[in-house]
Ligand binder design. Structure first.
Ligand SMILES: N[C@@H](CCC(=O)N[C@@H](CS)C(=O)NCC(=O)O)C(=O)O
Length: 197
């Protein structure tokens, strides 16, 4: 059977969290880093946008739907449905962080100030207080929520926002632990270094 294919721009954006889940889960997949979104490609996308994931008979877009599918399929969820609901809320908080970051990046000083002084500190504080004595957000295993938070911390550090984490040692420790994990280290070392977004 052929392996899954993940299609996204040659960027981190809304695609990198999916790559992180796939790599952490040890999924052998084909990486399709797309240049311009041509009409031909767009016509294959349910809502005309990337990311896009194909796995056997499944062809799906919408980043959260793709992640939810991968998290279920490769056991990155919690101990019960209540925990799964909470895990999803943390994953969505990471999506809020990216949305606010993009607004700040594209917008003026007001959006940047809102990101730096309001949104980012609020979300990072919530993540920091949720990380338990095992170093995870939920129980004693890495879940979708840990990987989403990892990717957000990784993205913000990469975008030179280190100062946001001066009072968040647990977020930094989670990032370090996963960055050095045998599941993610090879991918992180081999992914393209010169992408802009
Ligand atoms: N809600 C969608 C948003 C998808 C989206 O905004 N995709 C962007 C890239 S991150 C895109 O395809 N932009 C190109 C275009 O719209 O032409 C998701 O989470 O997947």
């Amino acid at each position: 059977m052929s392996q899954p294919i993940f299609h996204y721009f040659d960027a981190r954006g809304r695609g990198e969290e999916i790559r992180i889940l796939l790599n952490y889960a040890g999924v052998k997949y084909t990486e399709d880093r797309i240049g311009p979104l041509t009409d031909e490609i767009r016509s294959k996308l349910t809502f005309g946008q990337l990311p896009w994931y194909q796995d056997g008979s499944l062809s799906i877009t919408q980043s959260m739907a793709i992640e939810s599918y991968i998290a279920r399929k490769y056991s990155l969820l919690g101990a019960n449905e209540e925990e799964n609901a909470e895990i999803f809320s943390y994953v969505l908080s990471v999506a809020d962080m990216l949305d606010s970051f993009i607004k700040a990046f594209m917008g003026g000083p007001e959006q940047k100030k809102n990101f730096d002084d309001v949104v980012a500190p609020r979300l990072i504080k919530a993540w920091e207080s949720k990380i338990n004595s095992n170093g995870h957000l939920f129980g004693n295993k890495i879940s979708w929520a840990d990987l989403a938070v990892f990717n957000s911390v990784d993205y913000l550090l990469w975008a030179k926002n280190d100062k946001l984490f001066t009072q968040s040692p647990k977020c930094l420790a989670l990032h370090k632990k996963l960055a050095e994990s045998p599941q993610l280290k090879p991918y992180l070392e081999s992914r393209p270094k010169d992408i802009k977004f």
